[in-house]
Ligand binder design. Structure first.
Ligand code: DQA
Length: 143
């Protein structure tokens, strides 16, 4: 079964972001790890990244139209994009919000997620393993 994994702004620059927060993997390594974790759980992961809100909204529309399960790390959009929230709400297949870091343990502006309320669930704080745990959660949900 196909799943879409959507990564938001600045995640393609993991190589130059703070590794004490986001870990040591660069983006290509993260993508390989996600594809591998998905495949171990019986999924074919289409992993995409964009810094652009409209592009992410388009991908969520694709998932809504195609009933495709989603794992999404909306990155900074998590905290303020009502447009991405509204698009995520259109997806009727499971949609898991993930974060590499634990936003609740960081600056106050990261304590709000406008996405969580329309997600099936949220997994945060486990580094790249957050995505692997999301794959396990999807497998449990979808049988
Ligand atoms: C993030 C957390 C966000 O607050 C931040 O803006 C990111 C990454 C994470 O994966 O930990 O870019 O979503």
């Amino acid at each position: 079964m196909k799943i879409l994994v959507i990564n938001g702004p600045n995640l393609a620059r993991l190589d130059i972001r703070d590794s004490s927060i986001y870990g040591d993997l660069n983006y290509n390594e993260l993508v390989m790890m996600i594809k591998n974790a998905a495949s171990l759980n019986g999924f074919d992961a289409d992993v995409r990244q964009s810094d652009d809100e409209a592009t992410i909204i388009g991908w969520l529309h694709e998932c809504a139209d195609g009933n495709i399960p989603v794992i999404i790390n909306p990155a900074a959009f998590t905290h303020y994009s009502y447009a991405i929230r509204d698009a995520a709400e259109l997806v009727k297949a499971p949609l898991i919000e993930v974060h590499l870091s634990n936003p609740l343990a960081r600056e106050e502006f990261r304590h709000t997620s406008v996405i969580s309320g329309v997600a099936t669930g949220t997994i945060a704080g486990f580094g790249p393993n957050s995505y692997a745990l999301a794959c396990v959660a999807l497998k449990n949900l979808l049988g």
